[in-house]
Design a binder for this molecule. Sequence first.
Ligand code: NAD
Length: 357
Amino acid sequence: MYKIAVLPGDGIGPEIVPEAVKVLEVVARRTGIEFKFTEALVGGAAIDACGRALPPETLELCRQSDAVLLGAVGGPKWDALPPEERPETAALLPLRKELGLYANLRPAYLFEPLAEASPLKREIVSGTDLIIIRELTGGLYFGPKKREKTEGDEMAYDTMFYTRAEIERIVRLAFQIARSRRRHLTSVDKANVLTSSRLWRDTVESLKGEFPDVTVEHMYVDNCAMQLVRRPTQFDVIVTENTFGDILSDQASVLTGSIGMLPSASIGGSTALYEPVHGSAPDIAGQQKANPLATILSAAMMLKYSFKMDREAAAVEDAVGRVLAKGYRTADIYVPGTKLVGTAEMGTLVRRELQEG
Ligand code: NAD
């Protein structure tokens, strides 16, 4: 039995998360493995109910669970709050920190029926299947920083700070994930300029002997940004530090069509967190227009990475692929000639394919 904390959050969260939960219920019936779902408040919904974006009981539930499924947090209602009290900062950052989640995994996989939704030409994106592994708790965002007035001027600095141990744990994870895929690892840095990147590169070199079956290449971040749009199919697993990963993963996300298709996982501690890449989409909330596939694919990542149910994860992904191949689309991926469906209907279609598959 696996315990899953379910945090729908705000905006479209309460519409998309139940669709993913119901997909996991089908998986439970197919396999006989029991999932125990417990729902809790997070984000603006939690601020409204009890004044805190991450209530202690929600955090405790997450700690006690085997995995967390999150929708999204935030929205205009809470935008006027001071930055440190807003749902995004007051819920997501402490949740990641408390769960010790140091690695963010973002796959960019092109479902072929959606090739026309990509801003790039079909011949460039066709076959794209990569994953970006971003370090999440170190680097520029967390290193020493300061801003102060000086004589007639003002100064500020951030520090890209890494220890070898921090680099080792994420690079090791990336090697392991590469092993479960096509065994090709691209480590992205700026070692021609940055000292922290040289430590990063040395660390990758020192670990590669442990993974002789994985091919490793080093790539400068500027080149990687270019290669991602020139020939994304050359990549399998990309591992990189926090800031580079933040930028590259957003860039990679548009390759494969809508943000409504993109899942993510944050892993590292004993409980991992699975959530769609997108936010709470207040502009379409409550209208059954949201695409639930990013959340359903996040649940598939949960099956793979937290429960080692690779076959079931693949079955969910295949079910999504078949629904798209049959021409069903939510509004964000709709093109003339396809069949427009709402959030719940898309979820039902995926479950039907999964049951039949
Ligand atoms: P967003 O991702 O919520 O929306 C951007 C655009 O994409 C909108 O037009 C929206 O309608 C569309 N979109 C997003 N998800 C979709 C889906 N599943 N199906 C169809 N269309 C979808 O980003 P935003 O508008 O910049 O932010 C809205 C709120 O969400 C803000 O409060 C922001 O801070 C928050 N946010 C939260 C997270 C998170 O919880 N992890 C991430 C990003 C933004």
